[in-house]
Design a protein around this ligand. Structure first.
Ligand SMILES: Nc1nc2c(ncn2[C@@H]2O[C@H](COP(=O)(O)OP(=O)(O)O)[C@@H](O)[C@H]2O)c(=O)[nH]1
Ligand SMILES: [Mg+2]
Length: 449
């Protein structure tokens, strides 16, 4: 991703590093090289021209020249302009005031819509949402199956035309949204049909879906490796549909980055996500500032850290979910959670990571966090032996008394904590049973019966 541009820019900056004051001639020379590097990266030529003009204007400004070293100055100016080019501040998602929020993905065939729908839904879940995938691509029957397989892979429900009892894309989408609303799913991600080229039939269908659903987000999925062609496609879609943003796929196969660097300037809409591989976890929110640093070879440590954290949380959530389903939750788990909460902040944030959270929440009512109670719970658990934590059922009167003394709490408090764990286990068992029933009743695609 952006490798060739990064290489060129770095060698340009390398040469001016350590020089004294930059005269106008040197600045011009550097700008000429940057211009060439951008054009070779397949950035739209008009965009390049404006970019260079803006950098020049700032780089020759007298007072700026004196404060920093020349290479620092130029890098900073180029970096700031790159950030602006890439879209400025990362744009937040437009959530619906009345769920579900509808994400409509559109684009040409093969751009990566279906794959990206699954990736996006998976990402949304990692943000504490409860997404529904919707198969509204009725051009190719295989597309529905593909989405079903992906849905299974990421563990998220898929609404199919068969389930909606219709062979119409608009009606399928409408029924999916009704279904989401009725089932507490707060986001619907629509996979729509594509064509080989932009054409009237495609646009008409997409317009109908747009009119019927009024999606909060209309995102164009477009293949980054096609460079300026991606920008042309985006322009055509934007004119007809009014996009809210773009998802650039196959960035892993694009060393140049021309599309990413031109889109905002040309269509006025930002890149919101990038696809960086075929796997379902290969999707990243697009942060212009981080990408600019990456392009300038400063690395993107923040995204990396976020990713590692996210993976760790997801793994932990999966492990916990399994234990919950089997109603095996014990005090070791509770202790780990308490520690995480203390490290991470709000209890709810963490709970939201757990699948099935919505149902759990409606059964438990509002979950309030009392920091002091949390501390006491931690002390109680720490006074238990490892065996007691794993097997709370062995906690008899004398053990509880010992624990209360050891932790400086009251016997009633120990009793209450043990009761809460048992109650949670009971709820989990019940929840698992309900879910199993729901799966049997609702999630059997009619087509397969
Ligand atoms: N390398 C790579 N391949 C991708 C990416 N996104 C999608 N693909 C691949 O592109 C092909 C077409 O994807 P698909 O989702 O079926 O496209 P659709 O026709 O727009 O629905 C599939 O082989 C995907 O695995 C990406 O970010 N990187
Ligand atoms: Mg598809």
């Amino acid at each position: 991703m952006f490798e060739s541009l990064t290489d060129k820019l770095q060698s340009i900056f390398e040469r001016i590093r350590g020089r004294g004051r930059l005269d106008e001639k040197t600045v011009d020379e550097v700008l000429r090289e940057i211009r060439l590097a951008l054009l070779e990266a397949d950035v739209n030529f008009r965009v390049v021209k404006e970019f260079i003009a803006r950098v020049r204007e700032q780089a020759v400004g007298e007072e700026v020249m004196k404060s920093l070293t020349p290479d620092q100055q130029v890098i900073r100016i180029v970096r700031d302009e790159l950030i602006a080019l890439l879209g400025g501040e990362a744009e937040p998602i437009h959530w619906a005031s009345q769920p579900p929020t509808v994400f409509m993905l559109c684009g040409l065939q093969g751009s990566g819509k279906t794959t990206t729908a699954a990736k996006l839904a998976r990402w949304l879940r990692s943000q504490g949402r409860n997404p529904l995938l919707v198969a509204a691509d009725l051009q190719r029957p295989a597309a529905i199956k593909q989405l079903e397989v992906l849905g299974q892979q990421v563990g998220l429900p898929v609404f199919t035309p068969a389930q909606g009892g219709t062979a119409d894309a608009v009606q399928t989408a409408q029924r999916a949204v009704e279904y989401a609303r009725a089932n507490g799913l707060d986001v619907a991600v629509l996979d729509t049909a594509g064509r080989l080229q932009v054409n009237e039939a495609l646009m008409a269908e997409l317009e109908q879906i747009k009119t019927a659903l009024q999606p909060q987000e209309i995102l164009l999925v477009v293949d980054a490796t096609t460079g300026q062609e991606a920008v042309n496609v985006a322009q055509a879609f934007h004119e007809r549909l009014g996009l809210t943003g773009v998802i650039l796929t196959k960035m892993d196969g694009d060393a140049r980055g021309g599309a990413a660097l031109s889109l905002k300037a040309v269509i006025g809409k930002p890149v919101r996500f990038i696809g960086t591989g075929e796997r379902v976890d290969a999707l990243e929110p697009f942060h212009p500032d981080r990408i600019a640093s990456r392009i300038l070879g400063m690395g993107d440590v923040l995204s990396l850290i976020e990713r590692v954290e996210q993976t760790m949380q997801e793994e932990e959530a999966r492990r916990l979910e399994k234990k919950m389903r089997e109603a095996r939750l014990d005090f070791e788990d509770l202790l780990q959670q308490i520690r995480q909460i203390q490290r991470m902040g709000p209890f709810e944030q963490l709970l939201k990571l757990l699948p099935g959270y919505q149902q759990l929440r409606s059964q438990l009512g509002e979950v309030g966090v009392d920091e002091r109670a949390l501390k006491r719970a931690e002390a109680i658990i720490l006074s238990m032996t490892p065996k007691e934590r794993r097997h709370p059922e062995i906690l008899d009167y004398s053990r509880k008394l010992r624990i209360a003394r050891g932790s400086g709490t009251k016997l009633e408090e120990v009793n209450a904590l043990v009761r809460q764990l048992m109650e949670m286990r009971r709820l989990m068992k019940q929840l698992a049973k309900q879910e199993e029933q729901m799966r049997r009743r609702k999630w059997t695609p009619f087509g397969r019966r």
